[in-house]
Design a protein around this ligand. Structure first.
Ligand code: NAD
Length: 495
């Protein structure tokens, strides 16, 4: 089905691509379908990884990791530089794979592949890092060194919303820090991870250092995170999955980093630059069809500018072009799956039956009613109260409730009222309000008069049920390392 120059010699990324087990491309008899969200049609099947595949790949990974850990940062960085080069050579092809299985627009997918390179670039920059500390010793002639070492084998469990970028977000730091990595992509979007594994192989990443095992989270994902050889787990996904993985790994007492769900508020004060706030609230809602953990999930607008904000926002939504994600002019593609479509629809219907007013949207876009693709019209709800499910639960779709507020204290209380704490956005021209809100918001990331995406040198970290630990930047990188304290006595013996 899908032709690819990355796999031109053996057509691995065809209608039945293989997974990468111990450096070998491996297929299974059992096969899981992959669907194009814009047509609803099957485009490929991928293998169902088993416990035997896991054993096989880990036995190669253990050996490969020992050799890799002996390499210098500069040597590892040189391999990762080749990864960046090959990603650049196949930028468009990788973007098209993302579109085919995930449904975001080609413009967004090209941006996602740019993000892949940025994650590798940041990891490469770590070749100049301080790899330890010399601490004041207790006596002359002694040294006390706290040094960094790789963990060994890292497991990465990733979602479907950024199937290429989140691969890079995990693989780049894990490898640069001297680890091997076993990655399980989402059941919905395994092709980008398979393609990226191929990129790494072509770049000279040694066999076994990266494995991609496809299959269901609760079966093979669970087996990976529980395996005794896995020394650290990094997860991006729902809070439900994060909790299950945290429980599954508790027996082993290993580090776990969780990047989970979000329910980002956008807060627009009376004195905000309204044009900027409307534009960025719009972008932060409909980006990737609303399927980003940092998406604008609820917008609070101060009463003095509420009506004008809603009027301008709805006008923009009316002009939003939903359509073929491969068309350069499309601004929004479909939802990723029928199950996700149904979930979003039930949130909207639930809000309307609880009294919300549908300003625009609410189901399939006009003219697309007969499509088998998972299209959802951009939707705006007003007359919403803060206690409704649509304001409290993560919707992860192109649906925005816009809620008026009276004063600072009320909006901060509402913003902090959900179980999530990943991202918050504040629009105000007042430095006092912006900085007070930064103090008072219980979120790991606050954007002031600015929208995302987050940057690779920052620290992407969720508070409350949004996560534990975090990715990116120096703080994200050090999660792939552990420390060893060395006590050294070099004083001349007195005897
Ligand atoms: P999901 O939790 O359904 O699946 C994520 C991954 O976890 C998949 O690979 C799945 O197979 C696996 N999985 C599920 N249960 C598992 C288990 N018990 N053991 C091992 N693996 C298991 O999430 P999704 O629907 O793919 O992604 C959407 C979610 O991801 C949203 O909640 C979104 O907010 C979140 N997300 C968070 C971030 C962040 O950085 N905080 C970024 C992107 C997406």
């Amino acid at each position: 089905m899908m032709t690819s120059t990355l796999f031109s010699e053996d057509s691995l990324l065809s209608s039945s691509p293989a997974m990468l087990i111990g450096g070998q491309w491996t297929r299974t008899e059992a096969a899981r379908p992959v669907t194009n969200p814009s047509t609803g049609k099957q485009i490929a099947t991928v293998p169902e990884g088993t416990a035997a595949h896991l054993e096989e790949t880990l036995s190669v990974a253990r050996h490969a990791q020992k050799n890799w850990a002996r390499k210098t940062y500069a040597e590892r960085g040189a391999v990762l530089e080749s990864v960046v080069r090959i990603v650049s050579e196949h930028h468009e092809e990788l973007a098209q794979i993302v579109v085919a299985e995930q449904g975001k627009t080609i413009t967004e997918a090209r941006g996602e592949i740019g993000g892949v390179k940025a994650f590798f670039d940041f990891a490469i920059s770590q070749k100049y890092r301080n790899v330890g500390e010399l601490v004041a010793p207790s006596a002359h002639g002694r040294q006390l060194i706290v040094r960094e070492e790789p963990i060994g084998i890292v497991a990465a469990i990733i979602p479907w919303n950024f199937p290429a970028a989140i691969f890079a977000r995990k693989v780049a730091p894990a490898l640069m820090a001297g680890n091997a990595i076993v990655l399980k992509p989402s059941e919905e979007t395994p092709l980008s991870a398979i393609a990226m594994a191929r990129v790494c192989q072509l770049a000279g990443v040694p066999d076994g250092l990266i494995s991609v095992i496809t299959g269901p989270g609760r079966v093979i994902g669970d087996a990976i995170v529980r395996h005794p050889s896995v020394g650290m787990v990094t997860v991006t996904g729902s809070t439900r999955a994060g909790r299950q993985i945290l429980a599954a790994t508790a027996e082993k007492v290993i580090p776990v980093s969780l990047e989970l769900g979000g329910k980002a508020p956008v807060i627009v004060f009376d004195d905000a630059d309204l044009e900027l706030a409307v534009q960025q609230a719009f972008e932060a809602r409909f980006w990737n069809c609303g399927q980003v953990c940092t998406c604008n999930e609820r917008t609070y607008v101060q009463r003095g500018v509420y009506d004008e904000f809603v009027r301008r926002f709805v006008a923009k939504v009316r002009d939003l072009k939903v359509g073929d994600p491969l068309d350069d002019t499309s601004q929004m593609g479909p939802k990723v799956s029928q199950a996700e479509w149904d979930k979003v629809k039930s949130f909207v219907d639930g809000a309307v039956s609880a009294g919300a007013h549908l300003e625009i949207g609410g189901g399939k876009p006009e003219g697309m009613e007969d499509s088998d693709g998972f299209w959802f019209a951009p939707t705006v709800l007003t007359n919403v109260t803060n206690d409704m499910d649509i304001v409290q639960q993560e919707v992860f779709g192109p649906v925005l409730p816009i809620i008026p507020f009276d004063d600072y204290d009320q909006v901060i209380e509402w913003a902090n009222s959900t179980e999530y704490g990943l991202t918050a956005y504040v629009y105000t021209e007042s430095m006092r309000t912006a900085l007070a809100a930064t103090d008072d918001l219980e979120f790991g990331e606050v954007y002031l008069n600015q929208t995302g995406p987050e940057q690779v040198q920052g620290f992407h970290t969720g508070w409350k049920l949004s996560g534990l630990g975090g990715d990116d930047g120096a703080h994200g990188f050090e999660r792939y390392l552990r420390r060893k304290t060395v006590y050294l006595d070099y004083a001349k013996p007195s005897h």
